[in-house]
Each structure stands twice: as C-alpha cells, then as structure tokens.
Design a protein around this ligand. Structure first.
Ligand code: HEM
Length: 411
C-alpha cells in the first residue's frame, strides 16, 4: 500500500484529521509494524495537516536531532538571503527523502543501507525550524508570537550544548537500525549544509516485549507516563496540538510547536526512596498508575479528595496536582517523550532520563505555564530531575503536493 493510498483511505477529514489511525492500530494490536506513515506531503494537496510523528502511538525508537545551518549566525558571515536559500535546499531535500522513505520503505529507498531486509517499521520523519534560523535568514517578521523564546525557570540547569538549534529532525521507527539508517541518509542528503548541534536517541518499550502492547508505557522511574494526555482522535487533542488558521502567520496554520527538554533523572536517589514516597511524589499508584485513592489509571483525577484524616489524597506538592490544567489556567499539551540512557559521564554521573517532548498550539499557554508552576510551586519531582537541555521548534504543516516543508515561510 502506498502512503498516498493509506492516508487518503476513507478519512475525508482534511485539516481536522490529526491522527494516523494506522499507527495506532498497529501498536495497539501488536500486529507486526509494517505500516507506512503519512509522508511529508498532505494527501490532497491541501495545506493544514500535521506532519507525521506528532499524534498517534509513538514508535519504540526515535532519534531527535537539533541541527545548525553551517555558516549561519556569526559563523562564516553569510548573508540572510544565502541562509534562507540554504535552509530551503535542506528542507526540500528532506521532504523528498522523507517521502521516498515513507512510500518505498527504508529497505527499498536506501540501497546498500543497514536497513536492507527490514520492514518499514513505522518509519516517520518530522522536521521543524528554530527561532535562530528565522533570525539568521532575515525572517524575524514572520516569526510567530508562539515562537517567543522560552522563559528561564528557577529549576533550570541548562547546558548550552543541549539547547536550541536551527532545525529539528525527529526520526521514529519500531526498529533502531531502521531509524539509524534513515538518520544517516537524511544527514547525507543535507550535504555539508548542516551540522548536528545535539542529538538524543530515545526509546520506549517495544511492542514485542509488552504484555499488553496497548498499555501506556513506563518511563525510567517506573511510572506509567502519558495517562492524562488528551485522548486520541478527540477534538481536545486537535485543539491542544494544532495551530488554527488565523492564530498567527499563515505558514504555521495546521502545524504545531514542539518543546523539547532533556531531563536527567537522579535514578539512584529515586530508587533509594520507598515506594510509598515515590507514589506521593507523583500522586499516583506505581503498580497501576491510578490516582492515589482510586483503582484505575484512567480514573479522573480528583484534586479535592481527602483521606479519613482529612489530608488531601493527592499531596499538595504532587506532580499531577501542580501540572494539572486546573492549576494552570487550563494549560494543555500532548506529552510524547522518550527515555534516553547514555550510560555514565566521565565523573560517574548517570546520564539517563526523559527526553520530554510536548506538542502544543501555543507553548506560552501550554508548556511554559505548567513548567513555571512546577518550578515555583515546588513540584516534589524536582528533587529527582535536572532540566539540562531545552529547545523550541515550529513544526509547519505537511507539505503541499510538489512542495516542501516550510516552503510558505522560505519563499
Ligand atoms: C503527568 C512524569 C516532567 C507535565 C505526569 C505523570 C507522570 C509524569 C508519571 C502521571 C501520569 C500521566 O498523566 O501521564 C513526569 C516525569 C517528568 C515529568 C518523570 C520529568 C522527568 C513534566 C514536565 C511537564 C509535565 C516538564 C510540563 C512542564 C505533566 C502534565 C501531566 C503530567 C501536564 C498531567 C497532569 C494531569 O493529571 O492533568 N508526569 N513528568 N511533566 N505531567 Fe509530568
């Protein structure tokens, strides 16, 4: 089945269709992940469709790369027009490469690559742009308000080398070799025009290992993570994630904004605490993921509930209390992060945690509002985490037929 046939199949939803139903089906039923995702192009030539890799069940592996355009910014002193042209060349090349990968699969599209003999494995490529690129390309006037720099937070421990980036690439697949082969190919197609600023190889549990492939996975702290996300295919999900027409410059209508935070977990400290304490830090039961005092992970969180002694069931500093929409002016985002484990640093520090990724239509009213509250109101989880990297990317809608990602901005 070609990608065009797949995404066209019976949806008729146009800009409102924000999910890849095939991606959900494959992961939820545990069927072998042969599917191809919607490509970089919208199916009907119309604008306003999310790129692949934003909604739908995340594949088990994802490389997330922030790249800088060689020669942009202070480096080499190239002109804004050159930078803009170079960005267009890269995005044109990536759009074409992503289409081929999505349509033909990584084995057929990459002769001689390590993906030979492997199935498409839900390979999906997503590309975005950072504010530094717009500045270097002389496109400040086209910069949406939603792309304003993220504020600093009182708990930040950011390191310059893990922050920012002119361009984003997210390459997801159910197989790590497929993802690695696609990354190699995409970087090759960009020629010498980009260099990697930072990258993280993320993972979640594989469908093959899951007793219940439909269950929400756990992060490296052992918590079921992602329960209280907007429901798949719901109008709330679409409103949360997708930039509406008229909500900023036209080039982003139908796209989304991604906030990435490289959050190291202090796992030895965490696992040194007893289970009861760990549960109170989040406000949820560890085995089931249910809100404390309830039975099921899916049960609605009741922040007013009290135990027999009159104490709040969800403690005052619990993560889910301070992150809840009720305490953040209704702030919503789609959290779709990946675990990372880079082993140990030279000084013996464990370098593992959560590559937190949140998709939203407006980061100021989504991620930034919640993170400010988590930092300033004293989220109990802060003691066990360090935010060491941060970036914000505009992820424009899927390209029109014959066009390329970001074209409406760059031409
Ligand atoms: C909920 C873990 C960082 C926002 C949760 C839950 C867990 C969790 C286990 C409960 C289950 C769920 O609903 O998904 C973590 C860990 C983090 C982290 C381990 C860092 C390593 C963040 C950050 C933000 C955030 C940085 C945003 C600034 C939320 C939101 C919820 C949530 C909005 C849902 C709250 C609700 O019930 O309405 N998180 N989280 N989390 N988290 Fe986090």
């Amino acid at each position: 089945v070609g990608a065009a046939a797949l995404i066209g199949a019976g949806t008729g939803l146009g800009a409102g269709e924000v999910l890849s139903p095939r991606a959900d089906t494959a992961a939820d039923t545990g069927t072998p992940p042969r599917l191809r995702m919607s490509g970089a192009h919208a199916p009907d030539g119309g604008p306003g469709r999310l790129q692949t890799g934003i909604t739908g069940t995340p594949p088990a592996f994802a490389h997330v790369l922030a790249l800088d355009l060689a020669g942009s910014g202070g480096e080499g002193g190239s002109s804004a027009a050159d930078t803009r042209e170079r960005a267009a060349e890269v995005l044109r090349a990536w759009t074409a490469a992503a289409d081929r990968l999505h349509e033909e699969g990584p084995a057929a599209a990459l002769p001689g690559a390590p993906s030979a003999g492997l199935l498409p494995a839900s390979l999906g490529v997503t590309a975005g742009l950072g504010a530094s690129l717009l500045a270097a390309a002389g496109l400040q006037d086209a910069r949406p308000e939603a792309m304003a720099e993220l504020p600093s937070f009182s708990t930040d421990a950011l390191r310059e080398e893990w922050c920012g980036g002119d361009l984003l690439l997210q390459v997801g697949a159910e197989d790590p070799v497929v993802a690695a082969a696609a990354v190699q190919h995409l970087l090759g197609r960009a020629g010498g025009r980009v260099r990697v600023r930072w990258s993280v190889r993320g993972f979640r549990r594989t469908a093959a290992a899951a007793e219940d492939p439909g269950a929400t996975p756990r992060n490296l702290m052992g918590q079921i993570d992602g329960t209280n996300n907007p429901a798949p295919e719901s109008p709330l999900l679409q409103r949360t994630v997708q930039v509406g027409r008229g909500a900023g410059p036209e080039w982003m209508a139908g796209g989304s904004y991604l906030v990435v935070r490289r959050i190291r977990m202090l796992l030895d400290d965490w696992f040194g605490e007893d289970v009861g304490h760990r549960e109170r830090v989040i406000g949820r039961d560890l085995p089931t993921g249910a809100p404390l005092g309830q039975q099921r992970a899916g049960a609605e969180v009741d922040l007013t509930a009290r135990d027999a002694e009159g104490r709040p069931r969800i403690p005052e500093h619990a993560h889910i209390r301070l992150a809840s929409p009720q305490n953040n002016l209704g702030a919503r985002m789609l959290r779709r992060g990946y675990s990372f484990d880079e082993g140990w640093r030279g000084d013996g520090t464990r370098d593992a945690g959560l590559l937190f990724m949140a998709w939203q239509a407006d980061p100021a009213r989504g991620f930034a509002a919640v993170q400010r509250n988590l930092a300033d109101a004293g989220d109990a989880l802060n003691e066990y985490t360090r935010h060491e990297g941060s970036a914000l990317f505009a992820v424009p809608p899927a390209a029109r037929n014959g066009g390329y990602l970001g074209q409406d901005l760059l031409e």
